[in-house]
Every structure is written in structure tokens, then in C-alpha cells.
Design a protein around this ligand. Structure first.
Ligand SMILES: [Zn+2]
Length: 634
């Protein structure tokens, strides 16, 4: 807690000083930056050759180990020109301390070497990992296959300075002729947030970009139920599904079981026939678990923007227990009781979870604050079973601040604490953009959303509340996001591993490596914009509530002189790269696209208020440049 308070003070000071965005995180991260590891005596690459072989775990149904091996060989080859030999674990020579192997995942060599006696694999989590030197070998070992993949990227980072800044910007040493094996000193990385999801369009649509930054996809751990990962009440219990009756007749589910559906038909009813409906749902859940055997969590969650059932019986439950979420909890407990034995029998080595939403109608926990300052469930039966998680989605929270900031404290922090008395397993769904603009599809919301501060505090908050996963709702409909979205994606990937990651360092690295010749100018623009926006949030009381873009649509907020200064910097960035236009036209094109993408926010504001700053960068108008990335600014 002290650390958080000191950070908040640092942030306030930085507002006052009008200095750059990222306030002091005085703890430098141990888990991500080059860690000052020393080299061993073993030659990994000598005179452009290597005696090392890759030995890998077989039989991984997720395909992630194959990907890990492929990434390892591809990038070692890119750095050194050496194609390492690849051998399946079962046909590799018996491991000895003289073996020169890079072991990927759960190999026989890992067993023979005694690695398992030195590390608690379960403690690593599915996405965490350890890297160990044993004898001359290096073992890349995840708590699960995703952890092993993350170990490969870390190995490449330490050996060859591998770093992914954007899908088309991967930095790695080249022409390496000689390189020793690094002594990883029993490195262990357990991410602060185990499952990290983003709805940013570019991450959703570009699997390799996601993987290289350690993001997960929903399919990595969530069962598709009713064809969906969430909002699936009526796809899993489809009212139009045809069921054969005992007399051989085909009837619709809604005709056979009207009690299973809410009065308005927009959701299920979880009270009128709890036994019948839960039998049906559990039988469907079993099919889904079998169909997606590697996933660990299955959501049964309400349809979006629809009320939970308001029938007489449901209203009665609401009165009895105090919230609409209560009948939902009791229903999920019923499902858990009916499926848990079967899950243990069919998946003895993996804990499988069900989860529900704390969202919209079910947002409020049925729990009460006691005189001792602690929440407890309104009735003992409302405590969720051990294998049920709750995904909390505070859609109306002030997203520029953490949930325990005074703007959110009363409603959200209190409610999250209340949920913690109901469930031991919390997942978060956060919101990182102004989502209810004139285009509700989310594809063309032009407004900047500056939650760089908020997100660091938010991640720290979620980690301190034992979040199993964080899903950042973001602009998803476009393949590319502007408003520094790639920087956001990069920084969040670091924060999910270590909520105290040194954002200032990573921001510097990003600007140097991503904007290159224009790096200093674009960093100057970002720093000025960050200070300006941060001050605006503090002084004008902006909230960052997603449905409240109007709070920044105000010409009094946007100083015309400052806009002119920013657009001047964009023009200067174009001058910075002009020198390579003829010498390196491919790089020029890449950098031009990156600068132009970030110019959109500033030019949009400039035009919105009919300011007179002139963007002369590439001679295009805003509509033309917006269209290059799929945005409609007309
Ligand atoms: Zn009902």
C-alpha cells in the first residue's frame, strides 16, 4: 500500500511540475528489462556455428510448444545465421551434464536433469516460467505451454536483445558470430496477471503480435459455450433450438420450457425451474468442455444490454437476498454441484472453472458491510463454490482512475470487496476508451482517451485483488488504433507481468525503436501531450467514463496555441525522416505511416474547433489520411 501511495504522490507532483507523463516508479522491474545476467563459459554460437540443439516437449495439443520452437529457431537464425537442430524429446540422447541443449517445455531431459526437484511448477502459473542452467544446458520451462512460449521470448531477449514493439517492429541483434550461453541465475517470472486479454483490434486480429507481447487470446483459456466466450445465455440455451420430444415430435425449447426464459425473452430465468434448466445447461457445458479440452474456464453470462429476468419468482429472490445477482449465484452453484464430479473425473489434472458476470443487472454483490469493516454474503448459500469465478466489469467506473480512487471508491471498490466475500476467484473486465460515441460499433470513435496513468494504477489494483485475468475493452473494430494505441499495447504487456514496470524506461525504448529518426520529436510531442492531458484530467475533473466522451469535446479544454505546437512537431517529424526518403524508401514509408497514424488525433481536434494550425507533413487532408487506416473523419 505504501508503494501505491508514494506513486500517487509522485503523480501529483508531476502534474504540478508539468513534466513528462510517467511519474516515478522507483522500483525498477526485475522481471523484464535486461537483467544484468552474466555469461557462462559455454559457447552458444562460436565462429558462426553452434553445437546446441533444441529438444522439445511433444504432444502439446495447443500447438503452443511448436510455435515456441519455431520462434526460437527463427529468431536465433535471424540473429546469427545458425539453424539450430530440432529434436523431439523422446528421441533425444539421454541427458547428461555435458549435453548442449536448449530444452523447451516438459521434456525427458527436464526430468533427468532433476529440474523438477528445484522448482514448483504449479507456482509459476500457466503463463509464468523459469529459465535454468543445468550443466551446459538451458531449460525453458513454463507453468503451462503459454509460460514456456514466454520463456522463449525472454531467452531471446537476454541472448540477442529481442524485443517486439509492434507487429512490424521487432528488434534483435544481427550478424552475431560469437555468443556465450547466459547464466540465467534460476530466473523465475510469475506474472502479476496470469491471463492478459486485450480487445484492441490489432491484438485481436494479429495472433503473432499478441503472442510476442505475451497477450492471451480468449481461446487460450476460455471454453466457447453456445458458440461464444461470453454473453451466451441465449446461445447456450437457444429458445429456437429444436428438441425431439418423447413422442418424436420436434419442438422449440421456448415452447417446451417457457419457464427457462425471462419474461421479456431477452435472457434466461434462473428461478422458475432451477432443476430443469440447470440439468440442461450442465449437459451442454459437458459437451463444451469436451470440445475444448485445453481451456480451463467456461462462462455462462447474460446477453449484453438486456435485463435479467423480472418474473415474480425472480423478484422474490431479489427481495430475499438484496440483489438481482443472488439468483444467478444460486443457479451457478447448482450447476457447479452437478458438474464438479464429472469434471474431476474427466480432467483429473486440471482445475476447471465456471464463471459468471458481475455486470449491468448482476453488478452488485449480495453482501453487506459488517461492523468489523468486512463484507459478508447476505446468506451463507450465496458464497460461490470453489470452482466458480466472477468477472467484474465496472462499465461506468471513471476509467482515468483506479477503482479505489475517490471517484470510484464508494461504488466500485466497495462492490469489488463485497464480491471478494462471495468468490475467491476474481477476473476483471476494464474499459479503455470512450465507447458510446456517434458510432456505437466502436469503429470510428475519434476521441483520445488518456488512461496511461489510470491503467498502471488499475493493474496494481487488480493484482492486489488477486485477479486471475484482466480483459481491456478497447477499440476493437479497426485493425489499427491511433491515439498511441501501439504504445499502450506495449506498456500494458509489461504491466501485466509486473504492475510496477518502469513505464518511463519502456516509453523511451518504444519511441527510439518505433519512430527511429523521428523518435526524439515524437517523444517531445508525446511528453507535451501527456503533461497537457494529465493536467486537464486533474484540473477539469475529467473522469474517463467510457460513455462520456462529451467531457472532452469542448474547445475550452484544447488550447489553440498548444494544438499548433503539437502539429508543428508532427511537421518536424516529417522533416526528420525526409533524409531517408531516397536512401531507404522502405523505412521511410514505414515511419511515415507511423507518424501519420498518430497525427490523426491532433488533426481531428484542430479541425473540430476550426483551429488554424497547418499540417503540412505529407500534404494530405485528414479524411484522406484517416481512410488509409480505415477511419472515417468526414
Ligand atoms: Zn425469472
Amino acid at each position: 500500500m505504501t508503494k501505491r501511495i508514494s506513486r500517487i504522490i509522485a503523480i501529483v507532483l508531476s502534474f504540478l511540475a508539468m513534466i513528462s507523463l510517467f511519474a516515478c516508479n522507483d522500483k525498477t522491474t526485475e522481471s523484464e528489462k535486461n537483467s544484468g545476467f552474466v555469461e557462462t563459459e559455454s559457447d552458444f554460437i562460436k565462429d558462426g556455428k553452434s553445437e546446441y540443439k533444441i529438444v522439445y516437449q511433444e504432444g502439446d495439443s495447443t500447438g503452443i510448444i511448436d510455435l515456441a520452437v519455431n520462434e526460437l529457431t527463427t529468431f536465433v537464425s535471424q540473429a546469427t545465421g545458425v539453424d539450430l537442430q530440432i529434436i523431439k524429446s523422446t528421441v533425444a540422447d539421454k541427458w547428461t551434464t555435458d549435453s548442449k541443449i536448449i530444452s523447451v517445455g516438459d521434456t525427458d531431459a527436464a526430468l533427468t536433469s532433476g529440474l523438477y526437484g528445484t522448482v514448483d511448477i504449479g507456482e509459476l502459473s500457466e503463463t509464468g516460467f523459469t529459465i535454468k542452467n543445468i550443466g551446459e544446458s538451458v531449460f525453458l520451462m513454463g507453468g503451462g505451454t503459454y509460460g514456456t512460449l514466454n520463456a522463449v521470448y525472454r531467452f531471446l531477449h537476454e541472448e540477442f536483445n529481442f524485443e517486439c514493439y509492434a507487429t512490424d517492429e521487432i528488434v534483435i541483434d544481427t550478424s552475431v558470430r560469437n555468443k556465450k550461453i547466459i547464466d540465467f541465475n534460476d530466473l523465475k517470472v510469475i506474472p502479476d496477471i496470469v491471463w492478459k486479454l486485450s480487445a484492441a483490434g490489432e491484438i485481436r486480429n494479429d495472433v503473432m503480435y499478441a503472442r510476442r507481447l505475451g497477450y492471451n487470446l480468449e481461446s487460450d483459456f476460455i471454453v466457447s459455450f453456445g458458440g461464444r466466450y461470453c454473453h451466451n445465455f441465449l446461445t447456450a440455451v437457444n429458445p429456437n433450438a429444436e428438441i425431439e420430444t418423447e413422442s418424436g415430435e420436434q419442438r422449440k425449447l421456448s415452447e417446451l420450457h417457457p419457464d427457462w426464459f425471462s419474461v421479456d425473452g431477452a435472457n434466461v430465468c434462473m428461478t422458475r425451474d432451477i432443476e430443469g434448466l440447470s440439468d440442461y445447461v450442465v449437459s451442454e457445458m459437458k459437451k463444451a468442455f469436451l470440445e475444448y479440452p485445453d481451456a480451463i474456464a467456461l462462462s455462462f453470462t447474460q446477453m449484453d444490454n438486456s435485463q435479467l429476468c423480472n418474473c415474480e419468482e425472480c423478484v422474490k429472490y431479489g427481495h430475499k437476498y438484496g440483489t438481482k445477482s443472488a439468483s444467478y449465484i444460486l443457479f451457478m452453484n447448482k450447476c457447479s454441484d452437478k458438474i464438479s464430479g464429472w469434471l474431476k473425473e474427466n480432467f483429473p489434472n486440471k482445475t476447471k472453472y465456471l464463471y459468471l458476470f458481475a455486470y449491468q443487472d448482476s453488478e452488485t454483490a449480495p453482501a453487506t458491510l459488517g461492523a468489523d469493516g468486512k463484507y459478508s454474503p447476505n446468506a451463507p448459500e450465496l458464497k460461490l463454490r470453489e470452482n466458480i469465478m466472477v468477472q467484474i466489469a465496472p462499465i461506468y467506473a471513471s476509467g482515468y482512475y483506479s477503482y479505489d480512487h475517490k471517484l470510484n471508491q464508494e461504488v466500485y471498490d466497495a462492490n469489488i470487496q463485497a464480491w471478494q466475500s462471495i468468490s475467491d476467484n476474481i477476473m476483471f473486465w476494464t474499459y479503455s476508451y470512450y465507447y458510446m460515441d456517434n458510432d456505437t460499433s466502436g469503429s470510428n470513435v475519434p476521441w483520445p482517451y488518456f488512461d496511461f496513468y489510470g491503467v498502471a494504477d488499475m493493474y496494481a489494483y487488480t493484482a492486489s485483488h488477486s485477479a486471475i485475468s484482466v480483459f481491456d475493452e478497447d477499440l476493437s473494430a479497426n485493425n489499427i488504433g491511433f491515439d498511441w494505441q501501439r504504445l499502450k499495447i506495449y506498456l500494458r504487456s509489461k504491466l501485466s507481468v509486473d504492475v510496477n514496470a518502469d513505464l518511463r524506461y519502456y516509453t523511451d525504448m518504444f519511441f527510439q525503436n518505433y519512430f527511429k529518426q523521428a523518435g526524439n520529436t515524437m517523444k517531445e510531442l508525446f511528453d507535451s501531450y501527456s503533461s497537457y492531458y494529465s493536467k486537464m484530467i486533474a484540473e477539469k475533473g475529467l473522469t474517463g467514463r467510457g460513455n462520456n466522451h462529451k467531457e472532452i469535446d469542448n474547445d475550452e479544454l484544447w488550447d489553440e496555441g498548444t494544438l499548433a505546437y503539437w502539429i508543428g512537431l508532427l511537421n518536424k517529424a516529417y522533416e526528420d525522416i525526409a533524409v531517408i526518403k531516397s536512401t531507404d524508401p522502405a523505412l521511410y514509408k514505414t515511419l511515415e505511416e507511423r507518424i501519420c497514424l498518430e497525427s490523426l488525433t491532433f488533426r481531428f481536434i484542430n479541425e473540430r474547433y476550426q483551429y488554424t494550425a497547418k499540417f503540412i507533413g505529407n500534404g494530405n487532408d485528414l479524411a484522406t489520411d484517416g481512410a488509409r487506416y480505415g477511419f472515417n473523419f468526414v
